[in-house]
Ligand binder design. Structure first.
Ligand SMILES: NC(=O)C1=CN([C@@H]2O[C@H](COP(=O)(O)OP(=O)(O)OC[C@H]3O[C@@H](n4cnc5c(N)ncnc54)[C@H](O)[C@@H]3O)[C@@H](O)[C@H]2O)C=CC1
Ligand SMILES: O=C(O)[C@H]1O[C@H](OP(=O)(O)OP(=O)(O)OC[C@H]2O[C@@H](n3ccc(=O)[nH]c3=O)[C@H](O)[C@@H]2O)[C@H](O)[C@@H](O)[C@@H]1O
Length: 430
């Protein structure tokens, strides 16, 4: 099948190359000509394990190409995926500006029947909105269908998630469209739910909101564990054996960040508000998460009454391991708060340093290794659970720091080991 994917962010690029790997002809389009130039030079605009090799392979096999020419891409494909960003507006609602622009281009350039697939995370009702925009921009009526096929990949595990999805959700308003989508997704061997467009749009938000709820829930349990002397890791383990609860997304720590949970939870609160529904649970989830990241600073304050002039190493800047993405990363607020308390911050991340220097504008010292970052510091805060950081040489680190203090924002460091080396160790709820 001939496909085009508009938007080469995580979702567009990863899903585009996965469809190519399955034998489809894919044109990836982006208005950002720098990204297209990079991709044509086989350089990846994002860090994602396995992505470069997969792109290289499919370029070599001539199954995937990259262009800024949306007109040509629309005209020459049967199925058009929309995978542009839907960032938050200041009021928390999803900004549909990029969706609208793409829908207008599709309407303008479509020459025969097209199946338009929305993969971006969009408010319920956006399928109808896209239909209107496409029709408004058609020079003459041309038949088309709109389907909603939300994306569920995780950054850092994106290829694996895309090639082995837990489910494929197809929100379609015609049998013809549903059948084309079903056939296209058959090679993934995943359960397929064919539903209406609005339900598909809601499934995406509800899924992200539910996962975020699990995280804020376990974080509140962790906060209570700290006060009553229980250990949240044991509690999560014990809860997780119950198949109705499941053991995933119960890792307590400094809460969720990233380009999706923060924006999708607030967007769903706004979707509810737009129909006069007060989504109380989700508002609390958001609120708990905003505060949770500062727990590491509270722990530090329990050790030092006054942080003024202290040196602190912040290890891990990306919002999660195996990505260079810093969108809504807890590290940003933690560093801001430390700076406000006149702390000298030394920061290190195995992969995200380049992005960090563009996003974290405060005066901090960027270090080129863990050992450089910890030299002479009064405490270490672990923010992102990169393998390299968990498995760091804590013996050597102990000899480099000024004070042996570790605040573990992700509960991943071997506390017995570091305590045996003389460190004071503080996790969250442990
Ligand atoms: N990042 C992730 O892991 C996931 C994201 N999503 C959703 O997928 C959507 C896309 O997310 P990302 O890939 O992270 O976005 P992104 O913001 O990283 O990339 C979007 C791309 O679209 C391009 N673009 C914008 N307007 C365009 C236009 N008119 N024509 C051509 N290209 C255009 C931008 O230049 C950019 O490269 C969002 O709605 C997001 O919520 C869903 C699942 C996972
Ligand atoms: O819509 C999206 O963009 C995506 O959002 C999340 O994926 P992602 O944000 O890439 O990463 P996650 O692994 O879900 O982690 C999100 C945040 O939650 C935090 N987290 C995760 C799990 C956990 O137990 N505890 C916890 O604090 C992580 O540290 C991270 O900051 C969802 O997991 C994907 O299914 C979805 O497609």
């Amino acid at each position: 099948m001939k496909l085009s994917v508009i938007g080469t962010g995580y979702v567009g690029l990863v899903s585009g190359v996965c469809f190519a790997e399955l034998g489809n002809q894919v044109i990836c389009v982006d208005k950002d000509s720098e990204k297209i130039k990079m991709l044509n030079n086989l350089e990846m605009p994002i860090y994602e394990p396995g992505l470069k090799e997969l792109v290289q392979n499919n370029v070599q096999e001539s199954r995937i190409s990259f262009t800024s020419d949306i007109k040509e891409a629309v005209a020459s494909s049967d199925v058009i995926f929309i995978a542009v960003g839907t960032p938050p507006l200041p009021n928390g609602q999803a900004d549909l500006r990029f969706i609208e622009a793409v829908a207008a281009s599709i309407g303008k350039y479509m020459n025969d029947y097209k199946l338009i697939v929305n993969k971006s995370t969009v408010p319920v009702g956006t399928g109808d909105f896209v239909r209107e925009i496409v029709m408004k921009h058609q020079a003459e009526p041309v038949d088309f269908d709109i389907v909603s096929v939300p994306e569920f990949l995780r950054e850092g595990n994106a290829i694996q998630d895309s090639m082995n999805p837990d489910r494929v959700i197809i929100g379609a308003s015609s049998n013809k469209a549903a059948e084309i989508m079903k056939k296209l997704h058959e090679p993934f061997n995943a359960p397929v739910l064919i539903t209406d467009v609005k339900s598909a749009e809601m499934i995406k938000y509800a899924s992200n909101a539910f996962l975020a709820t699990k995280i804020s829930f376990i974080n509140e349990i962790a906060n209570i564990c700290e006060k009553v002397g229980a250990n949240v890791k044991e509690v999560a383990k014990g809860m997780g054996y119950d198949k109705r609860i499941g053991d995933k997304f119960l890792n307590a720590g400094i809460g969720y960040g990233g380009s999706c949970f923060p924006k999708d939870t607030t967007a769903l609160v706004e979707i509810a508000a737009s129909v006069d529904y007060d989504f109380k649970i989700l508002k609390s989830v958001v609120d708990v998460n905003k505060k949770q990241r500062f727990k590491v600073i509270d722990s530090l304050k329990q050790i030092y009454d006054n942080l003024d002039g202290k040196k602190v190493a912040v290890l891990g800047l990306a919002f999660k391991p195996n990505t260079d993405d810093l969108r809504e990363a807890p590290s940003i607020n933690i560093i801001e708060e430390l700076i406000a308390k006149n702390v000298h911050v030394k920061a290190y991340d195995p992969i995200a340093m380049n992005n960090a220097t563009k996003i974290i504008r405060n005066t901090i010292t960027y270090s080129s290794s863990v050992l450089e970052a910890v030299e002479g510091v009064d405490a270490i805060i672990l923010v992102t659970e990169w393998h390299e950081l968990i498995e760091a040489d804590w013996f050597t680190i102990g000899n480099l720091v000024n004070k042996k203090i570790i605040i573990d924002g992700r509960n991943v460091i071997d506390s017995d080991l570091v305590e045996s080396l003389g460190f004071i160790y503080k996790g969250i709820g442990v």
